[in-house]
Write a protein that binds this ligand. Structure first.
Ligand SMILES: [Ca+2]
Ligand SMILES: [Ca+2]
Length: 383
């Protein structure tokens, strides 16, 4: 072989020690809306987003995919986006860095768009007060059926005593006494003859008699005309009770307002957002870094869409992880490694059994066999 035909790899490629650092993926987060939202067809939802890149490959580019509910856009902050047709739309927000690497876990929100006329499956037994005020209770107020309604012929008059304290009407008994992680959309029409205080829907969430969440709708200043209040609420806990209240902050003593056409509808099942999964992962990694004895956890739990089973092992060796149903039947193998390094592990739990079969809602168990020994726990799958 002639010398001119030879070459040397070391001369041809100059690599820094260890090779170039890999590009790190950017992270996009939906700033608004903060949770699942319900609207009526023709209404808009305000969307804004933010993105960061750990190794600063700027500028970032963005893609909002409205799941067929509206035209996709590459604006970072699309603002008000109108959904024309009833349906359930999963909106995703993907940030991509200047090198073309996209966020592998785009943030998402589920938008439920009801047909005109509101949600078709209101949970309320007595939303329109046509015969009485059963199912409702005045708090700091008396309630009574009165003629005149925004739907039908009657509504519920809520009258405060001779004070200017806030007063309200609430669902009683609770329409939802034990939440399952599904969000709800609330609506009510309100008016008053005189003394036009400020009115809102206030949702309060209680777990074991402790308030764990609260959200107000946008307010209206009461007038003789019917006005609509609406708000979507996603429980922060499961097993909690929701209080659906329509509340008046009066401007004079003994104020009264009328409420009618109340609605209370489950939103489409919302998946655990990628941001939630990321936050939970970061939290656990930090805890492990500080030496906390965390054996294993599923987050988010219940599993709604996708969650992660996270655990750390102290010793390398065989690793076998499987999911079992309540009867003890093995429904999924998550890991079967003859040799797995020690350290932090995160395995995807996605409502699927072996061969892709969708698992029913219910309680499941995981079992981790590693060189450290046996570790097990349970979690809930919810559709
Ligand atoms: Ca990057
Ligand atoms: Ca009515």
């Amino acid at each position: 072989m002639a010398a001119a035909e030879s070459f040397n790899l070391d001369d041809a490629f100059v690599c820094p020690p260890g090779g170039p650092p890999p590009d790190q993926a950017p992270n996009g987060v939906i700033s608004a809306p903060g949770a699942a939202v319900g609207i009526t067809a023709g209404q808009s939802v305000n969307f804004t987003g933010a993105g960061t890149d750990p190794d600063n490959h700027l500028p970032l580019t963005y893609l909002w995919d409205f799941g067929g509910g509206a035209t996709n856009t590459t604006q970072q902050n699309p603002g008000d986006v109108m959904f024309a047709n009833p349906g359930t739309y999963t909106v995703t927000f993907t940030a991509t860095d200047a090198l073309g690497l996209a966020d592998p876990t785009p943030d998402s929100r589920i938008i439920t768009v009801y047909a005109a006329g509101g949600c078709p499956a209101s949970l309320l037994p007595n939303p329109s007060f046509e015969t009485d005020v059963t199912g409702w209770k005045g708090i700091g107020a008396t309630i009574a059926r009165v003629a005149g309604g925004s739907s039908g012929s009657f509504s519920c008059r809520v009258t405060s005593p001779a004070s200017t304290s806030a007063f309200y009407v609430e669902d009683s008994p609770r329409t939802v006494g034990s939440t399952t992680g599904v969000g709800y959309h609330f609506g009510a029409s309100v008016r008053s003859d005189a003394a036009h205080g400020v009115c809102r829907i206030r949702i309060m969430e209680y777990l074991n008699n402790t308030k764990v969440g609260e959200l107000d709708s946008p307010v209206v200043t009461l007038s003789p005309s019917w006005q609509r209040l609406e708000v979507s609420y996603t429980p922060v806990q499961t097993g909690s009770a929701l209080y659906f209240t329509v509340k008046d902050n009066p401007v004079v003593a003994a104020e009264a307002f009328d409420v009618d056409d109340c609605s209370y509808c489950p939103l489409a099942r919302s998946t655990a957002s990628a941001a939630q999964v990321k936050a939970a992962s970061a939290e656990m990694e930090e805890a492990v870094a500080f030496g906390a004895r965390i054996r294993s956890l599923v987050a988010p739990n219940p599993v709604v869409g996708a969650s992660l089973l996270k655990f750390s092992t102290l010793r390398s060796g065989p690793l076998h992880v499987a999911i079992f149903d309540v009867s003890g039947r093995r429904v999924r193998a998550l890991a079967d490694d003859s040799q797995s390094p020690a350290g932090f592990h995160a395995l995807l739990l996605d409502e699927r059994g072996d061969h892709g079969a969708r698992l029913d809602s219910g309680v499941y168990f995981y079992r981790i066999r590693s060189a450290d020994g046996l570790e097990q726990g349970r979690f809930l799958i919810m559709h």
